[in-house]
Design a protein around this ligand. Structure first.
Ligand code: CP3
Length: 343
């Protein structure tokens, strides 16, 4: 088994820097788009054989150091009694958004085996198929990013409704976050029992908050979910975007590895976070659309910032974009391995 990704998560020495890419299983791959033409998004996620197939697709093409299970952050909330759908070109939408205490009270706390059972099954199959190749990453949305979707009803530019609930009905907000922290922690642990060897918690939208609001309305719940996840013994990556102004506070919430985006130099981020934590990142996904010499130059810059410290996992600062050329992804993966070879 290629264990350089797991070793880096634990800040152990590696032969070269491990690399995987957020959204490596997805629309930039023609074989994904072809399968997707025949199946709606939720059907792909809820059919374990299809989810496993999509999980494997990028590994057939690229020398990646980890697989991530094909799923999405929203389906797990269905177990709480929320209806979701995927709207073409827009992403997930919530049937009846959460707008007050009465809505929060209706949310049920499901048992572990009821949370996205199809994804847990897909993990069982994929982990078996990957056993002698690379580790499998399980994931969940973070309490805040899930709450933001549940309150807004879908994606949003400013998350004004979520912020309003926070400030105008703090009891409802805290109660919602408490339930989501339980859901996320329980679900992440269940994925390790199913065979995932590492976990990532995505707090993709938390960068819309002020540090003070993060501390008061989010941090305790992220911490609870991360601690529950770490009980499983698997390393946990805590990923956020747009949080350059509060990286230290994000780290306080926890995680073995902190995911950082491209808005900060990786070296500067690491000095702020301290050597006791790993770092994942942080190439701008748009760089994958640049001419190869520029892509190579920027990848080398990320490696230079990491300076061979143990605990660096190369990744983008956010997911692969749909119009990314397949050959550029291959060039990046191979370049990172070659350039980072330890003597
Ligand atoms: O390869 C992987 O990383 C695993 C699969 C994965 C998907 N979504 C598949 C997907 C993962 C890890 C996610 C996480 C996810 N989903 C996040 C957190 C990470 C991030 O990107 O910030 C969020 C916020 C979502 C919610 C979501 N799902 C949105 C906003 C959208 C639409 C916009 C978009 O980027 O596509 C989705 C749809 C989605 N999730 C697709 C895929 C492959 C595209 C669906 C399609 O084929 O039409």
């Amino acid at each position: 088994m290629n264990d350089r990704f797991l070793r880096a998560c634990r800040r152990q020495p590696v032969d070269c820097t491990p690399i995987w890419l957020m959204r490596q299983a997805g629309r930039f791959l023609p074989e994904y788009r072809q399968l997707r033409q025949q199946h709606p998004m939720l059907e792909m996620i809820k059919t374990p054989e299809l989810a496993v197939e999509v999980t494997m697709q990028p590994l057939r093409r690229f020398d990646l150091d980890a697989a991530i299970i094909f799923a999405d952050i929203l389906p797990p909330v269905e177990a709480m009694g929320i209806q979701i759908e995927f709207v073409k070109g827009e992403g997930p939408a919530i049937g009846r958004p959460i707008r007050g205490m009465a809505d929060v009270e209706r949310l049920v706390l499901p048992a572990a085996e009821e949370i996205a059972p199809y994804t847990q099954e897909a993990i069982r199959i994929a982990a078996r198929e990957l056993a002698d190749r690379v580790p499998l990453i399980g994931f969940s949305g973070a309490p805040f990013t899930l709450a933001a979707y549940l309150v807004e009803g879908g994606s949003s530019a400013d998350y004004a409704l979520a912020k309003r609930l926070m400030h105008q009905e703090p009891a409802a907000w805290h109660s919602l976050m408490e339930k989501l922290a339980q859901l996320v922690g329980t679900y992440l642990r269940a994925q390790v029992r199913a065979g995932a060897q590492a976990l990532q918690m995505f707090d993709s939208w938390v960068g819309v908050l002020s540090p003070a609001d993060y501390r008061e309305f989010v941090l305790p719940y992220s911490r609870q979910a991360l601690e529950m996840a770490q009980d499983s013994g698997a390393p946990v990556i805590h990923f956020t975007t747009g949080t350059t102004g509060m990286l230290e506070t994000i780290r306080e919430a926890g995680g073995d590895v902190i995911g950082v985006d491209w808005r900060v130099d990786l070296g500067a981020a690491w000095s702020r976070l301290g050597p006791e934590v790993g770092i994942q990142g942080n190439l701008d996904p748009l760089t994958l659309l640049a001419p190869l010499p520029k892509l190579r130059e920027r990848a080398a810059e990320v490696l230079r910032q990491a300076a061979g410290r143990p605990g660096h996992i190369f990744n983008l600062g956010h997911g692969v974009l749909p119009d990314t050329p397949v050959d550029n992804v291959r060039a990046l993966v191979d370049e990172v391995h070659q350039q980072s070879k330890r003597p």
